[in-house]
Design a binder for this molecule. Structure first.
Ligand code: KIV
Length: 276
């Protein structure tokens, strides 16, 4: 698809300039219809590697591939005309070297129309972020709980408590100095999120952080209540679409079995009326 055909009203510089002006609104999206629904309401839409867990049934984000991100990124791109699109770099696509990161980031942007990439890591990713930004790739950083590192973090734990605070603050400064235009703070204590937000010059985007962050992001399927058995503390459910969908499916199944669906209004006559 032609990436240039898509016109987004917002870009990385616009998002960065929102710090101190007004809260930045973001959600994840993985499909065209969902992207369409959020386009007018979000400043940026994140094609998160959470797609692997949300839509593909993976148990972590580690199995997400470049091909999966490109497929979903291109779909989301077709649903956006106002919000900026940011796409996650999947595990293993950027950690090896700045050159590897550039190759894969350029491919993600060229083949999806994304206006920026997001990658996980702080101090250790500084050199890579600088390399990408200098070569025309806007980077959103992601620190605190970085789900691609659950095996070294020991699970989906809150990050930055007690002696963990200083390294997290160092990460925030490192990604800022490297040229990231914004940074996601995931699952960090609220006071620490506030401190980081006041210390750095780029917007902080909270998820399980604090209302004092410069913006917020949530996984859309979580906030719409698609999953009944999964409810992290930081997710507010704005709807309960999972149970509503299941009820509708059960009604349909019952009506098919009772032969009450399709009803006459859903079937076609022998002779064509003016409009079918
Ligand atoms: O993959 C994802 O969805 C994310 C966020 C929710 C921050 O990285």
């Amino acid at each position: 698809m032609s990436a240039t055909a898509r016109k987004t009203a917002l870009n990385a510089q616009d998002i960065r300039a929102l710090k101190g002006e007004r809260p930045i609104v973001s959600l994840t999206a993985y499909t065209t219809p969902m992207a369409r629904l959020m386009d007018e309401h979000c400043d940026f839409v994140l094609v998160g590697d959470s797609v692997g867990m949300v839509l593909h049934g993976l148990s972590s984000t580690l199995g997400v591939t470049m091909e999966m991100m490109i497929l979903h990124g291109a779909a989301v791109s077709r649903g956006l005309s106002h919000a900026m699109m940011v796409i996650d770099m999947p595990f293993g696509s950027y950690e090896e070297s700045p050159q590897q990161a550039f190759r894969n980031a350029a491919r993600l942007m060229a083949e999806t129309g994304a206006a920026a990439v997001k990658l996980e890591g702080g101090v250790e990713m500084g050199e890579t972020i600088r390399f990408l930004v200098k070569r025309g790739i806007p980077v959103m950083a992601h620190i605190g709980l970085t789900p691609q590192a659950i095996n070294t973090l020991g699970g989906y734990k809150v990050q930055g408590r007690a002696e963990g605070a200083a390294p997290l603050i160092a990460d925030a400064h490192a990604v800022t100095e490297a040229g990231a235009f914004a940074v996601v703070l995931e699952k960090v204590p609220a006071t620490l999120a506030d401190q980081v937000t006041s210390e750095i010059t780029i917007p902080t985007i909270g998820i399980g952080a604090s209302a004092g962050c410069d913006g917020q992001v949530l996984v859309v399927d979580d906030m719409l209540g698609f999953f009944t058995s999964f409810k992290p503390k930081f997710v507010k459910r704005y709807a309960e679409l999972g149970p509503a969908a299941e009820e509708a499916i059960a009604d349909y199944a019952a009506e098919v079995r009772a032969r009450t669906f399709p009803a006459p209004e859903h079937t076609f006559a022998d002779h064509a009326p003016k409009k079918d």
